[in-house]
Write a new protein. Structure first.
Ligand code: CDT
Length: 310
């Protein structure tokens, strides 16, 4: 019997500055209902899905910065999403900026959660690879100030046994780094879900612009194949508060093949029936890590070059 997890990649079109969280949640509920009608077990939303992507702007006022964060989950505005998921019996993944009070101080993270079919939060992940810069660059057409607004995630990359599979999470820029996948690959992950906000224009490196969609798929397809796992990548797409972002939300098999992909830059649901056992033949042959990885050797090479592993 194949172990099927039917997943819906719930791409969102732009969320403008003046759009309320409640309005964004209503759009997400509409996609969740479509997902249920298409037999989905799990619906995956983008990174920082509840508002416009504020790290593109310099904000001085602490209270204004905090206004983009959630200090409780569910919050008043997201409670209807949890209630609808529980009513429909569908799991979901949601990215949001998190305001936490830990170690006696206020802390800000770029966070994502996994919610099971009973509406219970079963996993939390905090983004590790924060892109951009912390300092103000007023002359740039837009900025990426995640290093100003967020701390580096401190929860590692665990995997969770939920919804019949072994699931993991990463967030946006994490997908460009092989170690994000590999840490979960070493734990036998079967499906990695992630959201992204990726501008079409990269101000510090405009020569990369023409390759944005290619690189998006390249990293996720490689991560899926090299770790024998499904990867579900979901965009917040389109022209949002003056920043144009790629779409291309997709569901990628452990073979490395894209099996479903969005064709718009708007709210759009993409569905695939994912056999969680599809990665087994890769995990047992080419990517049998216990048999074929050579971690001791990697250490020797690094030592010989005199490099330091932080
Ligand atoms: N949100 C986020 O992490 N965005 C970055 C932009 C980097 S520009 C190449 C991303 O990796 O998509």
């Amino acid at each position: 019997m194949p172990r099927i997890l039917t997943v819906g990649a719930a791409q969102l079109g732009p969320i403008q500055r003046e759009e309320s969280r409640s309005s964004a949640v209503a759009r997400m509920i509409e996609l969740m209902r479509q997902a249920k009608a298409n037999g989905c077990d799990l619906v995956v939303y983008p990174e920082a899905a509840l508002t416009a992507f504020f790290p593109h702007w310099w904000i001085d006022d602490e209270a204004e910065i905090d206004s983009y964060f959630e200090s409780a989950m569910p919050s008043n505005e997201t409670a209807p999403l949890f209630a609808e998921a529980e009513r429909l019996g569908i799991g979901f993944h949601l990215g949001y900026p998190e305001l936490a009070f830990e170690d006696g101080r206020k802390r800000r993270f770029n966070t994502a959660i996994m919610v099971d079919k009973s509406g219970r939060i079963v996993g939390k992940y905090r983004k590790i690879h924060l892109p951009g810069h912390p300092e103000h660059r007023p002359d740039a057409v837009f900025q990426n100030l995640e290093k100003r607004y967020f701390e580096t995630g401190n929860l590692g990359w665990p995997v969770w046994e939920t919804m019949g599979g072994r699931l993991g999470m990463m967030i946006c820029n994490d997908r460009r780094w092989p170690e994000s996948y590999r840490v979960m690959g070493l734990q036998g992950v079967e499906m990695i879900v992630l959201g992204y906000n990726t501008p079409k224009h990269n101000p510090p490196a405009p020569d990369h612009d023409r390759l944005g969609n290619f690189h998006n798929q390249l990293v996720m397809q490689a991560g899926a194949y090299q770790n024998a796992t499904w990867v579900v990548g979901v965009a917040k797409a389109g022209l949002e508060a003056g920043v144009d972002q790629i779409g291309g939300s997709c569901i990628i098999a452990p073979t490395g093949e894209v099996v479903a992909q969005a064709v718009t830059e708007d709210d759009e649901l993409v569905v695939a029936r994912c056999d969680l056992d599809l990665g087994n033949s890769y995990k047992n042959s080419t990517f049998n890590f216990a048999k074929h990885r050579e971690p001791q050797t990697y250490g020797m090479i690094v030592e010989r070059k005199g490099a330091v592993i932080a």
